[in-house]
Design a protein around this ligand. Structure first.
Ligand SMILES: [Zn+2]
Length: 248
């Protein structure tokens, strides 16, 4: 058992949210019970995740995508009311870390995705240094795409470049398609992220740099469980990652 405030202090010290400009509040988003015993980690605080965590007997939830984002109008109605109602009714703590959970050099989404793709970063790039870039070893695009498909359990959408071997590969999890130009400027031969938009198809053709969209959810599945495991280890708590399937 751990006190919620000790858990919060541990997470804040590890993830250092004060060093990011983010789109929503990081840290404790919904306050539940004071004693923490069982943690459920997940990608998104969706209703399905919250209900699965309740069924698993969790008292504390740790996610990458929390409930509150810049641009919301602040009303607790509809789907947001339903999520908050479940949390409050069960006295669950909800901890959410967005960019800090992408960026952590060992446990974050980017670092953990890199491990699964056989990549390790020797440099960072892009806004707030969220992008990772490292050696690709000259792998062929097809072979690298197959590696990504095997690691993530789904085939990536691949925009081929000019067919060059991949000496340098950059990556940034989630909806980081807007980092493609920064990845190119950082010397990448391919860029891996979760999502794709229309402009990246043209940029891949015109610059010769390959682009792989591997799924927002699929690329961001690894940071929260890594941090949850570290938290559980620190305080001797129970922890499990709850996967809620998401094709996007
Ligand atoms: Zn995301």
């Amino acid at each position: 058992m751990a006190d919620r405030s000790a858990v919060e202090t541990f997470l804040q010290a590890m993830l250092r949210p004060e060093s990011f400009r983010d789109y929503g509040p990081n840290g404790l988003q919904v306050e539940g019970r004071r004693e923490v015993r069982r943690i459920a980690s997940g990608v998104t605080a969706s209703l399905a995740f919250i209900e699965a965590a309740i069924a698993a007997g969790a008292d504390t939830l740790l996610v990458h995508h929390g409930l509150f984002w810049r641009g919301q109008d602040g009303r607790l109605t509809g789907w947001l009311k339903a999520r908050v109602q479940r949390l409050l009714a069960h006295e669950l703590n909800l901890f959410a870390y967005h960019l800090p959970l992408d960026a952590h050099p060992e446990l974050g989404n980017n670092a953990q995705l890199g491990r699964r793709l056989g990549l390790s970063a020797d440099a960072r790039f892009g806004e707030q240094d969220l992008g990772f870039v490292g050696e690709g070893g000259g792998v062929a695009l097809d072979a690298f795409a197959a590696r990504a498909a095997a690691a993530l359990g789904r085939a990536p959408l691949v925009l081929a470049g000019d067919g060059r071997p991949l000496a340098r590969i950059a990556w940034c999890t989630g909806g980081a398609q807007g980092y493609f130009e920064a990845a190119i400027a950082a010397g990448a031969d391919a860029f891996v992220t979760g999502e794709v938009s229309e402009p990246q198809a043209h940029l891949a053709r015109e610059t010769g740099i390959a682009f792989l969209a591997c799924g927002h959810h699929a690329t961001e599945r690894y940071g929260a469980p890594a941090v949850g495991a570290a938290l559980a280890g620190e305080f001797g708590l129970e922890h499990r990652f709850i996967e809620i399937e998401n094709p996007a």
